[in-house]
Design a binder for this molecule. Sequence first.
Ligand SMILES: *[C@@H]1O[C@H](CO)[C@@H](O)[C@H](O)[C@H]1NC(C)=O
Ligand SMILES: *[C@@H]1O[C@H](CO)[C@@H](O)[C@H](O)[C@H]1NC(C)=O
Ligand SMILES: *[C@@H]1O[C@H](CO)[C@@H](O)[C@H](O)[C@H]1NC(C)=O
Length: 391
Amino acid sequence: MACRAALYLLALTASITHVLGAKNPNDILRHSITRHGYPVELHKVTTQDGYILTLVRIPGKGAPVLIMHGLIASSVDWTVQGPDKALAFIAADQGHDVWLGNVRGNTFSKEHIKLSRKDAEYWRFSFHEMGLYDLPAMVDYIRINSSSDTLHYIGHSQGGAVFLVMASMRPLYNRKFASVHLMAPAAYIHRATSPVFQFTTRVEELETIAKMTRTYEIVGRGAGSPVELLHAGHKMGLIPTDLVLTNVWYFTGVHDSINRSIVGDILANTPAGCSLYQLLHFGRNHLAKSFQQYDYGPDGNVRRYGARVPPEYPLANVTAPISLYYSEADNFVPAEDVEDLADSLPNVVHKHRIGLRKWNHIDYLYDTNAHRLYRSVVASLTDQRGTAEKK
Ligand SMILES: *[C@@H]1O[C@H](CO)[C@@H](O)[C@H](O)[C@H]1NC(C)=O
Ligand SMILES: *[C@@H]1O[C@H](CO)[C@@H](O)[C@H](O)[C@H]1NC(C)=O
Ligand SMILES: *[C@@H]1O[C@H](CO)[C@@H](O)[C@H](O)[C@H]1NC(C)=O
């Protein structure tokens, strides 16, 4: 049995190179834009701690907007629905200078000035470092390259959490944003009910296994990786679209709203990988019912923070004008958690509770009608700092 399974996997792996071809990450990024007829530029940005990130730009004459993906996602997710449907193109059509981020550790931001992704040390980051180093590096670069004092920001899920980390821990960055739009920001997540969160009761074991096996990258891509096998299997018709969707719905709640003809395109680049420490950080915050810094255990916390429990992110420092978008049916970032977040933020200029009963966490990316939400977000990319001061 085991032998047959192994042979089968071997055959599948061999055919993968054939089915998918070997693609260079930069080519994938360029193709994600040019296949839809838009111009593209790739920009490499180096963080203070040496990670080299790839920003994808659809150049425009208007104000720059930085669009940030969520956990295990990438810039490609903002393009996969194509013109008139995907956020990147809707923003570009409105004349914006569109910049799509890729955080450290995903398929497209895996380089480092000294470390290799094979080093355990490379993967020692959570969303904390993304907020502290990745975002500021991107923001500084975009401001200089586009000769613009301020930019707009749109983030989904972890893309919201990283903004809040930056704006609370490095408050000087608040002034650099004309408006900030967070869709289901994964800050407070203690009411999350998705079965995904079942792992949180076993975070310690997970960490032990990772250390034993020296496996810190989760759902990363690469020849022969499980996610590439899934993609190849789907492409060859061995794994039906319905089976993929059923598994997605198990985690997100059933909402038959993804265009079936793009499921193959989605699987081609999503999931895009992350570090185990991102999962552990979210998991521990879920249990702690808090949006707080990484938990290193009582002794580690005393050494690092001078207290046995990690400090919360000081949300009172987030003075940029924030708009929040959230939904009742989101079992990752529930509406009540976002409302609690709104109460902790000093400058919420707009709250948009999505009225669709089944709108779930990934509908922000893949719902066939997500373009309606995108149009309303893009229409509000105006300077909202004035609103800020009046409040
Ligand atoms: C922006 O980046 C491009 C590509 O690296 C470069 O050619 C251009 O000179 C930069 N512009 C500014 C104003 O820095
Ligand atoms: C953030 O706000 C807290 C008070 O809530 C303040 O003590 C702290 O200095 C601020 N952080 C930074 C980095 O300015
Ligand atoms: C589904 O995707 C296909 C391929 O991109 C597109 O032609 C079609 O219009 C989409 N359908 C809907 C309902 O968006």
